[in-house]
Design a protein around this ligand. Sequence first.
Ligand code: NI
Length: 171
Amino acid sequence: MAAKEVLIWPDANLSKTSIAIEVIDESVHALVADLIATMEYEGSSAGLAAPQIGIHKRLFIVDIPPQDNNGNGTNGPEAFINPEFILKEGRLHWEEGCMSIPHERGWVTRSSRVIMRYLDLNGVQQEREAFDYLAGCFQHEADHLDGKLWVDYQSPLKRNLVRKKMLKLKK
Ligand code: NI
């Protein structure tokens, strides 16, 4: 288990669609360990998706203490495999950040309540209801698996501005 380099937008790898995980083997467990190590090394983030470290598999981790979201959180860092939303309702308009877009934030409209179906690390299908912060986080991370980031919801002007800042950061 090792902290990996987090890709910075507009790295083209962040815009690719990830592939469903068919078998939960050692490599998937190792990937989860790497994602957790990376998130802990970088600090401050609530979630990280596999494509952010260059692995195009449909998997992300989220770590939101329940006390940070009115009792609705995760049990430490949890892995969510092949997630899909079977319910989305309500409106959450909030400002998002992303480890792949350091120091920047942007307003995004999400659903305020979701039910997400996914596989856990034992390959068991689960359904998780989430609201507010946790729901928004699930949607942000799931977007990564479709090659989408919060900048994709911004005006061309804002997107360009952020793009310039990121390119400067990468130099
Ligand atoms: Ni992100």
